[in-house]
Design a protein around this ligand. Structure first.
Ligand code: NAP
Length: 245
């Protein structure tokens, strides 16, 4: 039980929710960020508290600089300085490039990439003061290999890998590690949008023959957040059930 404060963005549902539960189970005090799902975020907080942990739900659009700064100030005042940041919030606005609007391109870059810049910058000073920190960002195999119909999403997810490697070099000497976890297809609201038929054909391309579970991503994030992972930085860990083999 470590008592470190962790901020998980987009923790009301899906992968972020499981990461919040995982970090709470290893003794972190968890700030559960959400955008619109206040009830779902409150339910995550209740689940953590019922298991004997501590958590706080915090609303903020992570693509909005002012909202991010006031969220980080509130967490610092109410829980203490943030030691672990998990940049998990993400959206898709899929479409072939010829039909993709500039609005859909910008929205995905703002929520999936700009947010990583804003949140990382907002927590960095406290981590540097503490000479300890963990910044873990949820990428995607789409950012590693590309995916037809996801030029905006793949650009954002590839961008955050370059961002993380650069930041890892900038702040490695301060005891702060910066890593990316890149899931393949994981069961969540995001993949549910694709429909059962598409998911069945995807599962056939995966060596393990099935989609991943959010908790299988969360356990890797829990490890990267721990002291045990102190010598891993600038790394992208692909969790795709052997999809790309
Ligand atoms: P999800 O079920 O759709 O949940 C998305 C979460 O992000 C929700 O908590 C949502 O909050 C939050 N969010 C969205 N926009 C936000 C904003 N502007 N500010 C703050 N929070 C915001 O998605 P998921 O499948 O768990 O995905 C989580 C992460 O994993 C994303 O970065 C995604 O790109 C990545 N990923 C997912 C898969 C997959 O197969 N599922 C694969 C690879 C990578 P509200 O509930 O309030 O809307």
């Amino acid at each position: 039980m470590n008592g470190r404060v962790a901020l998980v963005t987009g923790a009301s549902r899906g992968i972020g929710r499981e990461i919040a539960l995982e970090l709470a189970s290893s003794g972190h005090i968890v700030a559960v960020n959400y955008s619109r799902s206040a009830d779902a975020a409150a339910a995550v907080v209740n689940e953590i508290e019922a298991a004997g942990g501590s958590a706080l739900a915090v609303q903020a659009d992570v693509g909005d600089a002012e909202a991010v700064d006031s969220m980080v100030s509130r967490i610092t005042e109410e829980l203490g300085p943030i030691a672990v940041l998990v940049n998990n919030a993400g959206i898709t606005r899929d479409g072939l490039l010829l039909r993709m609007s500039a609005e859909d391109f910008d929205a995905v870059i703002e929520t999936n990439l700009r947010s990583v810049f804003l949140c990382s910058k907002a927590v960095l000073r406290a981590m540097m003061r503490a000479k300890w920190g963990r910044i873990i960002t949820i990428g995607s195999v789409s950012g590693v290999y590309g995916n037809a119909g996801q030029a905006n999403y793949s650009a954002a997810k590839a961008g955050l890998m370059g961002f993380s490697r650069s930041l890892a070099k900038e702040i490695g000497s301060r005891g702060i590690t910066v890593n990316v976890v890149a899931p393949g297809f994981i069961v969540s609201d995001m993949t549910a949008e694709l429909g059962d038929d598409a998911m069945e054909s995807v599962a056939k391309q995966i060596s393990l023959g099935r989609l991943g579970r959010p908790e299988e991503v969360a356990s890797a994030v829990g490890y990267l957040a721990s002291d045990d992972a102190g010598y891993i930085t600038g790394h992208t860990l692909v969790i795709d059930g052997g999809m790309a083999l």
